[in-house]
Design a protein around this ligand. Structure first.
Ligand code: SF4
Length: 233
């Protein structure tokens, strides 16, 4: 499993894939990421320290992903992340958080502010069509107003390539995301072991008609494969 990588294009940054206790929500119909998890805090810290030790601070920006939300990382790992940010002069650290845990974000921002690091928080919204998101994707965001969803978050993930999505729906999601968030990350659905599986025709519409419009936009990351950031397997 590759747990450290460097993203050199758009918002250049180092990225680490850390292991935590695992996603507690685990209901998203498209997701099987929560398999990279363990309740063994000591073993998690060993793996995570190896990844964090590779961080150089070359861009002053670090992204931390962990197959779940930041608050599912052990406290010992979080201390190691803070220590790494301090030692390597990381000005900005990015984390991910499910909507359910948004009340824990201010305390995290405060912890990192003490070492001079700003936190950018990303939420997996997947789509702003609340009916599709909750009835099909089972995402668990009980709010339909994009402005209210964005409160307390800086960035969002969108998920395309699923049955029922269209050129119009994907374009609307991207433009809504760009209106309410500083940056967006578009993930293209790939086959996995989850109940909801990709629709090849929708994936092709994205590749042919939408990808060319946004591929050079510095506020839009696009992952055609979920290992495009260089971490994972
Ligand atoms: S997408 Fe995120 S919140 Fe949903 S089940 Fe997967 S890891 Fe959990």
């Amino acid at each position: 499993m590759q747990r450290y990588s460097v993203i050199t294009e758009k918002n250049p940054r180092e990225i680490v894939l850390l292991r935590g206790q695992g996603c507690r929500y685990r209901r998203c119909a498209f997701c099987d990421y929560h398999q990279d998890a363990s309740c063994d805090e000591h073993a998690n810290l060993k793996i995570n320290t190896e990844a964090l030790n590779q961080v150089t601070g070359k861009y002053g920006t670090l992204e931390v992903v962990n197959s779940g939300s930041f608050c599912e990382l052990d406290s010992s790992t979080m201390k190691a992340i803070i220590a790494t940010c301090k030692a390597k002069d990381i000005a900005t650290v990015h984390f991910e958080c499910h909507w359910l845990y948004r009340r824990f974000i201010p305390a995290l921002r405060e912890s990192f502010a003490q070492v001079g690091t700003q936190v950018k928080m990303k939420i997996g919204v997947e789509t702003f069509n609340a009916t599709y998101r909750e009835e099909i994707m089972k995402k668990g965001i009980k709010e339909s107003d994009p402005a209210k969803i964005a409160q307390g978050f800086n960035e969002c993930c969108l998920l395309f390539g699923l049955p029922g999505q269209s050129y119009e729906s994907m374009m609307e999601d991207i433009e809504t995301g760009l209106k309410h968030f500083g940056r967006i990350c578009v993930n293209i659905m790939v086959e996995n072991n989850a109940p909801l599986q990709p629709d090849e025709e929708v994936r092709q519409i994205f590749a042919d008609k939408i990808y060319p419009l946004y591929k050079d936009n510095p506020r839009v990351d696009i992952l055609l494969h979920n290992t495009d950031f260089g971490v994972g397997d």
